[in-house]
Design a protein around this ligand. Structure first.
Ligand SMILES: CC(C)(COP(=O)(O)OP(=O)(O)OC[C@H]1O[C@@H](n2cnc3c(N)ncnc32)[C@H](O)[C@@H]1OP(=O)(O)O)[C@@H](O)C(=O)NCCC(=O)NCCS
Length: 159
């Protein structure tokens, strides 16, 4: 576990990653099914170590998503300006389709808006990734213009 706050969802808990998560994450990101919508190609252990263990703080914050007492996915947020940025999320194939993704996204957004005061939170799913688009919608994101090949969706706060 790394430094920083643990974020609590209703069914998920997001724990900052640390150096001792390398074996777990390297195994996941080496699996083609896990990375299907995360660049599409398995990642070498060295790249996982550089990118997903918290070494890019403070610009990027990485989390292990936990549910049912075990790790079920990886999430991150990254700053694109002084008061906003984006989030990314990938769950183990067996953990998908149970509403855990939107739950984790809500926990992230609550932290970003509430504790960090972000005014803008975006996601950029591939146009063909209908499950992700639907999951982001369930978490309060709506399509906006832009996206550079991918769709651009922005979180809309509850009125
Ligand atoms: C995207 C992801 C985080 C969503 O989390 P999840 O826990 O699986 O999401 P949910 O269980 O809420 O399911 C998503 C919704 O998509 C719907 N859905 C599933 N497949 C679909 C499809 N082919 N077309 C349209 N909707 C689809 C589901 O029915 C569900 O909606 P519903 O609750 O209204 O029925 C997760 O599926 C995942 O890790 N996918 C692989 C990585 C990825 O795509 N990450 C996002 C990159 S932007």
């Amino acid at each position: 576990m790394g430094d920083g706050p643990v974020l609590e969802g209703e069914w998920t808990r997001l724990v900052p990653t640390g150096e001792d998560d390398l074996d777990l994450l390297a195994g996941w990101f080496a699996d083609p099914a896990f990375v299907e919508h995360w660049g599409g190609a398995p990642l070498p252990r060295r790249e996982v170590a550089e990118k997903y263990l918290g070494r890019r703080r403070p610009r990027v914050e990485s989390f292990l998503v936990r549910a049912d007492g075990g790790p079920v996915g990886y999430a991150q947020y990254w700053w694109s300006g002084p008061d906003g940025g984006g989030i990314d999320l990938v769950l183990l194939p067996a953990a998908r389709g149970r509403g855990l993704g939107p739950d984790a996204a809500r926990a992230l957004v609550a932290h970003l808006r509430g504790e960090l005061g972000w005014r803008r939170v975006t996601v950029d799913p591939e146009p063909g990734n209908a499950r992700a688009v639907r999951a982001w919608e369930k978490a309060g994101f709506r399509r906006v213009p832009g996206g550079d090949g991918n769709l651009l969706m922005e979180h809309r706060p509850e009125p």
